[in-house]
Design a protein around this ligand. Sequence first.
Ligand SMILES: [Cu+2]
Length: 338
Amino acid sequence: MSTTSMMGGGGTTSGGMGNACYVYPGHPATPGIVTPDILFQRGIYMNGSVTMDDGNVVTVWGFTDLANGGGGMMSGQFPSPAIRVTQGQIVHTELTVGNMWAHTIHHHGIEPSWENDGVGHISWDVQGGTYTYQWRPSHAGTYFYHCHVNTVLHAEMGMYGALIVDPVPDPNDPPGTQRVFAGGPTYDVEAIWACDEFDSSWHTLTWAAGTCGGDVGLNDLNPDYFIITGVDGATSALTAPGVAVQMTLGQTLLVRYINAGYFPQTVNFGGLTATVVASDGRPLPNAFQATSLETCAAERYDCIFTPTQAGTYTVEVQYHHWITGDLVGTARTRITVA
Ligand SMILES: [Cu+2]
């Protein structure tokens, strides 16, 4: 992708560099801003890439961690670096965006004031400056954050990351004890599976594509890659560190599953049985056991595994077309119990 094409808006009546038909580029001071308990500083990158198992290189966009050297436009982590906080903390997420594009951060499932929700057309886009999102999570659980500008495209391009809210540590627990939520199950090993599908033909579009009345085909997703937490699920995700799980018999595994795509997914746990304890950042009133899960876009499930036999369990995520229900692809990873 040339620099020139990245600078142009999409659609047939593009305003060109720095402009799109829908942008509200004000980013005023955060109303009622107070000193936070924890601060995250995010920039953006617009020319990252993922090399797929077939050798194809697909462009991705995302958020960088400005506090840890992530200032570049050319590359960054995919998915974006996780935001991890403790229930009840006052959190600031500072988003800094240059003049040429507009982005937001929507902390999906958190319930901030409207000014801090990062939803395009309802609050402002961040362009040519910094906005500080101020929020306070009330419920421990698994969430994610994503850009909400030209959302269908920007989320597809990879502008998301995990958002984990831990419960306040229980003073009666031994130090280091990890719980899914207050009074909830403990776990020893944690995995985050953000399952997504890519239509690589979308990944050549410009940031404002389709926002100026042009039809760039964002109603027609034909995915050709199936991904688990940023890794091609064809073969790489079977062994990728941070995706594939290594644990020992007797340990308890928490899988924080996120449907980060658009299509319904079926997750088959490869012979293991999950105890599903929470969904969408809330404890389930009745935890249930499942050997597979069926999910829709943006759903999260917290799944506890306590394997009773050593072995290698191959987890398969099936992606189904949202209208026809046809199986369009699969991604695989493994849980290895030693
Ligand atoms: Cu964006």
